[in-house]
Design a protein around this ligand. Structure first.
Ligand code: HEM
Length: 421
């Protein structure tokens, strides 16, 4: 199996030619030398021409945290991915403009987050854990031992679909619809670098998603409050009118679906891949299963499923010796921060007992720090506890297929074989 190593030609190219937003480098898993160069020579770097316009690239661990904590200067209100939201008079009929609290600043952000957050707080998660374990056991007990199969579809996607259906109390038999809606939300040409999916169909499907959730909302609003996410929104003091603003409603639903889907799914797949690339770590884990909670943080660092978040400068500001001007677009490359050699020794290696694994920025930092981080960690911990009881090795036996996407670091296919204990 190939681990991407040095690529000398990147070091010799003029800096202005280095564009970390090129989706191809994620498809081919050759982003490492790009970010290594940026961290070394220009941790705050202005990229004048990219397919999504000019932007500042922030690539070191410390400076990413500096941007993420100054939400009064670096606004999220204008969108959180490098892709531009087109101005209203330039909208195509296939564009779906959605609003949600990840793309808001205080006070709107804080109010909406506060309403939904209790559903994934540690106290509520304790209620979810037995159900999640049961669903994990069921998946693992039905895997085809002795055959080659795709881990992504059979485990990563299936488990996250079950988890999301649990969170929303969504009709269980339709759970794969949640995955489909999440996938098409992040499949815009700006992120994938091309018209890979039919944008008319995408819009139609997102409208179906809105309809299904409006109906669920109405049912939950009419019933007593419960602890699923829809019921919490429908009964929350600050969110119960949200249904009057359809794009805000759709946006927040999609935020929770995407937030809980692509991210957890790819941490699950990335973890299996990492243990195969570094078999010494598999041995360490088997000798000491108590390392699982730390390993979970390390897997999230290593995979970094959300590659970047974007902000807009609300005034001129100095950052890393450069002057960012009011109105400039600023991209925090979490994937790069998590490979920062001044913070992590052997940053490209997954080390299950890495002492500072939890310091990663894969969940962001500051007021937007991932709301579902404890839920994600709990799922991954339960999964690896149950894998360890059943299998000595989950062996990767074929080619890994990845996403051409500069926002979600996705693994589409991971052929594996199981070796029972
Ligand atoms: C390994 C799994 C996950 C990763 C890597 C991840 C990553 C992130 C990142 C990078 C952010 C933005 C942080 C920032 O701007 O500073 C975020 C926000 C968010 N995530 Fe996650 N996430 C994960 C799992 C989940 C799950 C399971 C949920 C489900 C509830 C979730 C829901 C959210 C929400 C609602 C936000 C918006 C928070 C805000 O704006 O205040 N995430 N996540």
């Amino acid at each position: 199996m190939n681990i991407n190593t040095e690529a000398p030609e990147i070091d010799e190219r003029p800096l202005h030619e280095i564009d970390a937003s090129d989706p191809q480098i994620y498809l081919e898993d050759r982003w490492q030398p790009v970010f290594r160069r940026l961290r070394r020579d220009a941790p705050v770097h202005f990229h004048e021409s990219s397919p999504t316009g000019p932007y500042w690239s922030v690539s070191s661990h410390a400076l990413i945290k500096a941007v993420d904590t100054q939400h009064d200067v670096f606004s999220s209100a204008d969108g959180i991915s490098i892709a531009e939201t087109p101005p209203e008079d330039e909208l195509k009929d296939t564009d779906v403009v959605i609003e949600n609290f990840i793309a808001m600043d205080p006070p709107g952000h804080d109010q909406q987050r506060a309403t939904v957050a209790p559903s994934v707080a540690p106290s509520n998660l304790a209620n979810f854990e037995p159900l999640i374990r049961e669903r994990v056991e069921d998946i693992l007990d039905h895997l085809p031992v002795g055959e080659t199969f795709d881990w992504v579809d059979a485990v990563s996607v299936e488990l996250t679909a079950r988890m999301l259906a649990t969170l929303f109390d969504f009709p269980y038999e339709d759970r794969r619809k949640l995955i489909h809606w999440s996938d098409i939300t992040t499949s815009t040409p700006e992120l994938t670098g091309g018209e890979l999916i039919d944008q008319h169909q995408r819009k139609e499907d997102l409208m179906e998603c809105a309809q299904v959730f409006v109906q669920l909302w109405q049912e939950r609003a009419a019933a007593d409050p419960k602890f699923d996410l829809i019921s919490m929104l429908a009964h929350g003091k600050d969110t119960k009118e949200m249904i009057q603003q359809p794009m805000l409603f759709l946006g927040n639903i999609l935020l929770l679906i995407v937030g809980g889907n692509d991210t957890t799914r790819n941490s699950i797949s990335g973890g299996v891949l990492a243990l195969n690339q570094f078999p010494d770590q598999y041995d360490k884990l088997q000798a000491n299963p108590g390392l699982i909670p730390n390993m979970v943080s390390e897997m999230v660092r290593w995979q970094t499923p959300v590659i970047h978040m974007r902000r807009r400068a609300m005034r001129d500001i100095e950052l890393g010796g450069k002057t960012i001007r009011e109105g400039d677009k600023v991209v925090m490359w979490y994937l790069s921060g998590n490979r920062d050699e001044t913070v992590y020794t052997q940053p490209d290696k997954m080390i299950v007992d890495r002492p500072n694994a939890r310091s990663h920025v894969a969940f962001g930092y500051g007021i937007h720090r991932c709301m579902g981080n404890r839920l994600a960690e709990m799922q991954l911990r339960v999964l690896w506890e149950e894998i360890g009881k059943r299998f000595k090795r989950v062996e990767v036996v074929g080619d890994v297929k990845r996403n051409a996407n500069n926002f979600i670091r996705g693994i589409n296919t991971l052929p594996v074989q199981l070796h029972p204990v």
